[in-house]
Design a protein around this ligand. Sequence first.
Ligand SMILES: Nc1ncnc2c1ncn2[C@@H]1O[C@H](COP(=O)(O)OP(=O)(O)OP(=O)(O)O)[C@@H](O)[C@H]1O
Length: 249
Amino acid sequence: MKPLLEIKHAVKTIYNDDENLNILNDINLSINPKDFLVVLGTNGAGKSTLMDAITGTNELTSGKILLNGKDITDENLAKRSRNISRVYQDPKSGTAPRMTVAENLLLAKRRGLPRRLYLRHLKENLPEFQKLISNLPTLDNRLNTFTEKLSGGQRQTLSFLMAIIQKPELLLLDEHTAALDPQTSKDLMELTNKVILEKELTCMMITHDLSDAMNYGNRLIVLKKGKIILDLDQSEKDKLKEKDLLQYF
Ligand SMILES: Nc1ncnc2c1ncn2[C@@H]1O[C@H](COP(=O)(O)OP(=O)(O)OP(=O)(O)O)[C@@H](O)[C@H]1O
């Protein structure tokens, strides 16, 4: 199978305390279409830096990134964002606060189009948006609510819907449930898994939650000091116990 994403000899070096430090230390990783890859690792292991390199937020010192066989290493953030979407941990980061839920969804649906077209024809899109949120008690009847009035969980659910409304080639989830209370976090994780499977998305998800790492995804990697120290496929993951994972922390 042709990989969707290939990371080849990725190195990110920073200068810290009078010395060079490799926060990504020769990472090689291929993700196949429809893979749901979970990434675990201690604080500072390099997980977000790896996602930053994939989105173009922070460029690599050396190495290559290919999407569908095409070298995107030197493409800018805006160009990559047409194919790659990302949900961050902070509920405030993914949505425009002074716009309604419906307007935010329209912005996400129109991503990549000229800005003057962004908010046209809102009305005719409302039935689609209503359908999208109709099975989500957290957002039902909220289409006309300003996003700044939503709770963190509602905003994060909206950020997630915005990330998937235009089917992305690659979905990146950067601890997207970590700031939420346990029940809201569980609800969003279940929604995430359902949508990924139904829409056959390719996804890379960073988490610190060991049970989410065990329960979701078909592949699991552990990062430590900028290196992949464990890489398990579905069958290896199925045999895993939480205590097996704890030894890597
Ligand atoms: N621009 C930068 N300048 C200096 N140090 C940086 C920079 N970006 C990241 N680092 C350092 O690189 C290391 C990796 O950071 P990164 O945020 O990728 O880790 P992480 O695995 O996502 O951690 P966490 O689980 O805490 O979010 C950390 O030690 C961090 O302090």
